[in-house]
Design a protein around this ligand. Sequence first.
Ligand code: TMP
Length: 219
Amino acid sequence: MAGTFITFEGIDGSGKSTHLRLLADFLRSGGLDVVLTREPGGTPVGNRLRAALLDASEEVDPLTELLVFAADRAQHVRRVLRPAIEEGRVIISDRYADATVAYQGAGRGFSAELISEIIALATEGLRPELTLLFNLSVAESNTRTRRRTNGQQAGDRLDAETAEFHTRVRDAYLRLAETEPDRIKVIETNRSVEETQECVRKVIVPFLIGRGHIRNANC
Ligand code: TMP
């Protein structure tokens, strides 16, 4: 059976990582072997690149940032994603190339052409079959990130960007979802975690049934 590659995306504080864990527990409790991974940091070298990228005390040039996210992705694609897909597994990644379109493209202002060239180089054309985009307002995202950091200024270097930056990122994600409605499903997160998770399962379970990874809706 062919492997299946799913990604979760959204602005910081959108709750995607929480939903990824809840979904993985649910799928695993039904006996499905799920590979959970993330960008940046889905490999040992990627974890070191992640620490460098997110260190709030470090000034990172935008071009360096773009290239280091791409380097992290190249390692992830070649060492984790491709092998898992070849083994026929279900992979769920907390972020992937759409994040570069949104953060480095819309957020930092790199041209669409450069962004797509860099993505093509790093991914060798590997694209997710399904993407869940966790949507919330920038104001709510800010409240959640502050809560996460005990009311201190937002935690990592990208969290600490301006509301305008996060608005450009959010708008870019929503535009991507409009452009690719078959691949990208928007999950609204302005409700309880349980209700949002219910919605996540309503998208993922039928999709995995369709791909032959799950036999029935009880998972
Ligand atoms: P997260 O693991 O909390 O989502 O943090 C990763 C941060 O890195 C987040 O602010 C988004 C950012 N990012 C980019 O700017 N470009 C990328 O290509 C990726 C994968 C992440």
